[in-house]
Design a protein around this ligand. Structure first.
Ligand code: BJW
Length: 241
């Protein structure tokens, strides 16, 4: 391994990494946005207009995630293996709200679009674990207010979470890898450009097919995540980049 092929790694993941675990992507032909309108379920305005409708949308995804059929796949496990064996920092920044990276064993993990299994109180701002259904009558465990809880996810028009920490990591990394994301939603879609502005890190896209922004990456590996990600991780562990 050459000296420059060591160092800090930032990995951005999107819905494509969880597809083979049985969770739908958003913008593929059979994706979530082919069945429901963003304006009805994934904006603060939708929640203000019809909170029960938004709760139903997330309740059904939460119950599916918690059903025994959804498990981490070989791609999630490969990233956990990379973190455990790589001599420097590996940070996974996921846009996904599922818990499959954590269940696979990744610990240095940022959920920039929030977490399906958590709720946030709009009155006291406390964030709590919430494994079951949420309704307009649910009570905040911290302040006891009724009806103020919302799912702890980032909707369109809201600021993604932990952006300062993500920005520092992007500026300081030596390898940036985007996995299973269409690169259409900002600010995540702009991470590769932020990395390239600094000019030091190698960049790679791992996706089923080249994304719209594939030409921004120095390298691309294409195919199902359960094949491409373990192969890529083994290559990095063996040869660097
Ligand atoms: C496989 C595979 C397999 C399939 N193996 N791969 C105009 C211009 C620029 C920006 C804006 C604009 N107008 C509005 C904005 C801002 C807006 C935005 O980006 N809109 C664009 C759509 C235009 N963004 C926001 O509002 C964000 N906030 C914000 O910008 O705040 C201000 C700010 C400014 C500056 C700095 C910081 C902040 C918030 C965005 C919130 C997104 N929320 C959602 C829902 C979360 C909760 C939920 O799950 O319900 O997040 S939307 C949805 O999209 C979800 C995802 O995380 C996100 C990204 O989707 P992802 O993961 O890329 O999935 P897909 O389906 O798009 O792609 C899957 C890919 O996998 C495909 O490429 C497949 O090929 C591939 N794949 N099978 C490998 N087996």
């Amino acid at each position: 391994m050459r000296q420059r092929d060591k160092g800090k790694i930032v990995i951005l993941t999107g819905a494509g990494i969880s597809k083979e675990s049985g969770l739908d992507t958003f913008r593929d032909a059979d994706g979530i946005w082919s069945r429901v309108r963003i304006e009805d379920v994934a904006t603060p305005e939708a929640f203000a207009r019809d909170p029960a409708r938004v709760h139903d949308f997330y309740n059904s995804r939460r119950s599916r995630l918690r059903g025994g059929g959804i498990q981490p796949n070989a791609a999630h496990r490969a990233l956990a293996r990379l973190e455990s064996l790589w001599p420097d920092e590996v940070l996974v920044v996921t846009q996904n709200i599922d818990d499959l990276h954590a269940r696979a064993g990744t610990s240095n993990l940022i959920h920039m679009h929030g977490e399906l299994l958590k709720v946030r109180c709009q009155a006291c701002h406390e964030v709590c674990d919430w494994p079951g259904d949420l309704t307009t009558a649910s009570l905040c465990p911290a302040c006891a207010q009724i009806g103020g809880l919302r799912v702890h996810v980032v909707w369109f028009g809201e600021m993604p979470l932990h952006m300062d920490r993500i920005s520092d990591a992007l500026d300081d990394c030596d390898l940036f890898v985007a996995i299973g994301t269409s690169g259409t939603v900002y600010p995540a879609a702009g991470f590769v450009q932020e990395v390239r502005l600094i000019g030091r890190a190698h960049t790679a896209e791992l996706n089923l097919v080249p994304s719209g922004g594939h030409s921004l990456f120095a390298e691309g590996c294409y195919g199902p995540a359960t094949q491409v990600v373990p192969d890529y991780v083994e290559r990095i562990l063996r040869d660097g980049w």
